[in-house]
Design a protein around this ligand. Sequence first.
Ligand code: NDP
Ligand code: MG
Ligand code: MG
Length: 332
Amino acid sequence: MAELFYEDDADLSIIQGRKVAIIGYGSQGHAHALSLRDSGADVRVGLLEGSKSRAAAEEQGLRVVTPSEAAAEADVIMILVPDPIQADVYKDAIEPNLKAGDALFFGHGLNIRFGFIQPPADVDVCMVAPKGPGHLVRRQYQEGRGVPAIVAVEQDATGKAFDLALSYAKGLGATKAGVIKTTFTEETETDLFGEQAVLCGGTAALVKAGFETLVEAGYQPEIAYFECLHELKLIVDLMYEGGLEKMRWSVSETAEWGDYVTGPRIITADTKAAMKQVLAEIQDGTFANTWIAEYKAGLPKYNEYKNADADHLLETTGKKLRKLMSWVDETA
Ligand code: NDP
Ligand code: MG
Ligand code: MG
């Protein structure tokens, strides 16, 4: 079972005694910078000159300097820029400014796990990854609560890296909810697998295939949209609240029976074999290398996929239907 840590396990004074640089001020960056600052840590934000995020950070009373200046000033450096550019930001701004005993922090393990960033042996390398989008992390903190986080240490140069990471997590409010210990390898591989096989890739493909099946059989796209996409939220909300059990308690017995007999005909042994192949390609670095190469090439295939789905009947139908539902589409 996972090891869990709470308020009393973490010492906030550790992070309060350090100089923290938050590189990037997006979804995670703003939540980390503001909550650590409000927890009494000495925070500066690192952004490029002309960065779109600069005004938002300054408006909140944060001191904004360049990523190089932030890394030079600080002894805890959290990298919260998009994953595919982290290696470049590290090379340009952070590596030249690292001192022995500094700590390099991440919100996701991809660049360390696959070797795109290789820190020197004399710095701590830690991860603090809240299990929620940055805006929820910040809102929970402001309400005196916290979003659970996972914490990992890849390299413990000082012998105190884990205590530092727990202290950082406490500064985000995460120890109020609970912090789970993991490794960079486990976090990175399960995160990539979950989003590809189930959350984003698996779900999007399932919804599209179901919608297409109904439309190709002559049913109206609007009806197919409701059955295969819109209602998914109601089902997922029930699972989120009480697992499969609550979902099955809430739906009709007919739906529950169909769940048992049809689910395994859709997600078959072949699907699971494909999932194992996907996991293997994540583990051996194939996925990460392909993705970084695609990013560096200017995202040609990414844009192709994106455009193809934008024109899909599922999407054009949904755009019209959501306008009928003011509680879904606030522009309606
Ligand atoms: P965002 O895309 O929201 O934020 C990007 C930020 O980085 C912006 O402030 C952007 O500035 C800045 N930036 C871009 N390029 C540079 C650069 N060269 N130098 C300095 N700053 C730059 O990122 P996320 O918050 O989504 O992701 C950050 C990390 O957190 C990633 O490792 C991600 O995997 C992880 N994570 C994200 C979660 C989430 O909820 N989104 C959840 C858990 C982990 P500008 O305004 O100028 O573009
Ligand atoms: Mg992810
Ligand atoms: Mg129905």
